[in-house]
Design a binder for this molecule. Structure first.
Ligand code: NAD
Length: 367
């Protein structure tokens, strides 16, 4: 069925895990491959994905072969596949725009982004690079708060005639204007903000759903998250956080049934703890009332390596995008967006989204 050629903007921890994963599963079979939602998705295996173009702005990544760039500082995620062979793909300088938060200047080089002195690429250069590479799908991994940089890469995807998977919370798929532009060009789009394989969001949503189904009234909840990667460092700048908070909070509110008062729900990144590196810890509390108005509460602590957790989902989003391309389907892919993303254009419960995504994969549902 051929290779799925992708391009990536932002070679941080999530891209590192994804690229390691593509290599890791090469010598596995359906019987010994664990950690995947699908070994075979519509005829495509994980190793059918090939990265053919990459962009970043960090001096330790730009100009390097992708196989080296994914392990360069400040990336700090777990290395579960250390033998990624040379790819022949050189990371190109992107356009910085609002990709780098000013407050990072106060931190050690090993923890922050360092902007390369190479000349920035203009839109025409990025589009040319994308077109020449033969990439069909562009993945966006910009830091939270990168409104302009995300729009820049979305614009490049449109001009290059590529599908777009938006893994972060600047709203593109869930912004009707942007979504319409992809639909007009017949280009598939999945977004926004990847929902990790077994992370805080899916766990919180599942418990909220459980409360609802068991007739327990949820009255108050919080989800506090700490981590030590550049994603968490970036999010210390509260002015960049609005869309992330909305994305994470809505993901929970949308399954509550009767929405909680804003004062009774707090969901968000909470602090940067350097020694945690890419380990994310989530502290979750839910308070409710059960039979006879009798109060109850539940506390949960979840500890996960953040970036492999996202890559385990992106690997399916990419394959769904390719199925849409194969079938000549463009515009928002509602089912995969609802199942794979925190802030899709239309929210469904995870059970509904799961079944809809299976139908999409089987080809009995178009979107
Ligand atoms: N880890 C997860 O489970 C998860 C889940 C949901 C969403 N996300 C989101 O995915 C995004 C990527 O996460 P990450 O952990 O890989 O972040 P990261 O900080 O490790 O990587 C971001 C990369 O983007 C590069 N960059 C910054 N500005 C750029 C520009 N203008 N052009 C090109 N490259 C630029 C940086 O140099 C860095 O390499 C974040 O927005 C994060 O919130 C991650």
């Amino acid at each position: 069925m051929g290779k799925i050629k992708i391009a990536i903007a932002g070679i941080g921890n999530c891209a590192s895990s994804l690229i390691q994963g593509i290599e890791y599963y090469k010598d596995k079979s359906s019987k010994d491959a664990i950690g995947l939602m699908h070994w075979d998705l519509g005829g495509y295996k994980p190793f059918d994905i090939e990265v053919v173009a990459a962009f970043d702005i960090d001096e330790r990544k730009v100009g390097k072969d992708l196989s080296e760039a994914i392990f360069a500082l400040p990336n700090c995620t777990a290395v579960f596949c250390c033998s990624v062979p040379k790819t022949g793909v050189t990371v190109k300088m992107g356009k910085v725009l609002d990709g780098v938060s000013e407050h990072m200047a106060d931190y050690a080089d090993s923890r922050k982004f360092i902007v390369s002195k190479a000349p920035e690429s203009e839109k025409e250069q990025v589009v040319k690079e994308l077109t020449n590479s033969g990439a069909e799908i562009l993945l966006n991994y910009m830091p939270v708060g990168s409104e302009l940089a995300t729009q820049f890469y979305a614009e490049c995807a449109l001009e290059a005639g590529m599908a777009f998977v938006n893994n972060m919370p600047v709203f593109i798929a869930s912004n009707p204007k942007w979504a319409a532009r992809f639909a007009e060009k017949g280009l598939p789009i999945i977004g926004d903000d990847i929902k990790a394989q077994l992370g805080a969001t899916i766990t919180h949503r599942t418990l909220v759903d459980l409360f609802r189904k068991r007739g327990v009234k949820l009255e108050r909840t919080y989800q506090l998250n700490t981590g030590g990667n550049t994603d968490f460092l970036n999010m210390l700048n509260r002015s960049r956080l609005a869309s992330k908070k909305e994305s994470k909070t809505e993901a929970v509110q949308s399954v509550v049934g009767e929405r909680l008062d804003d004062d009774n729900i707090h969901v968000g990144p909470s602090d940067y703890v350097p020694w945690q590196n890419d380990n994310k810890v989530c502290f979750l509390r839910m308070e409710g009332k059960l039979f006879g108005d009798v109060p109850m509460n539940i506390e949960l602590r979840l500890s996960v390596e953040d970036s492999p957790n996202s890559a385990g989902v992106v690997i399916d989003a990419i394959r769904c995008c390719r199925l849409a391309l194969d079938r000549g389907i463009g515009g928002i892919l509602y089912s995969p967006s609802a199942y794979f993303m925190k802030h899709p254009p239309k929210q469904f419960t995870d059970d509904e989204a799961y079944n809809m995504t299976l139908e999409f994969i089987e080809g009995t549902r178009d979107y």
